[in-house]
Ligand binder design. Structure first.
Ligand code: S3P
Length: 168
């Protein structure tokens, strides 16, 4: 399959692992949030604040369709909510392999606690709230995933090696 899609909740290391994987595979790295920002000209919190989540999801869906249509195989680091639209799941499954990165709520809390760039975590700062948000999405991630990797207590390089072995 063409692309390698990295999906998972915010703070599961998609960007860091994506960089390691793209380097080792000699592939281009595409970050869906970065593509949205460069197309729209605003950052993510501003898009959410001015136009709302549904508008953001529309931009995200368009970006996913455009990435799927690219010929050159890439590593794609996806925004955590990409699985919320079934269309995006279909798009990914028909154009690549989907890797779901997971971590427990305490680890995610530790990684995102001082972050101001994720509007959906504003005011959702306890591990319990993160856990409940993750549980609400679990079914979607399960539906999307071809391969699942637990990222807890592992370096990006270790995770990248595990993914390479799974892809063989
Ligand atoms: C979101 C995750 C973010 C970004 C937006 C919404 C989500 O990406 O797309 O803030 O709904 O989980 P990261 O997973 O890269 O933080």
């Amino acid at each position: 399959m063409k692309h390698i899609y990295l999906v998972g909740f915010m703070g599961t290391g998609k960007s860091t692992v994506g960089r390691a994987l793209a380097t080792s595979q000699g592939r281009r790295l595409i970050d869906t949030d970065d593509m949205i920002i460069s197309r729209d000209g605003r950052d993510i919190p501003t898009i959410f604040a001015q136009d709302g989540e549904a508008y953001f999801r529309g931009l995200e869906q368009q970006v996913m369709a455009d990435i799927a249509a690219m010929d050159e195989p890439a590593v794609v680091s996806c925004g955590g909510g990409v699985v919320l639209r079934d269309d995006n799941i279909r798009t990914m499954k028909s154009s690549g392999t989907v890797i779901w990165l997971t971590a427990g709520e305490n680890e995610i809390y530790r990684r995102v606690v001082s972050d101001t760039n994720r509007p959906l975590l504003a005011g959702k700062k306890t591990p319990e709230e993160i856990k409940s948000m993750m549980e609400g999405r679990r079914e979607k991630y399960e539906k999307a995933a071809d391969i699942t990797i637990d990222t807890e207590n592992k370096t990006a390089e270790e995770i990248e090696r595990m993914i390479k072995e799974e892809l063989l």
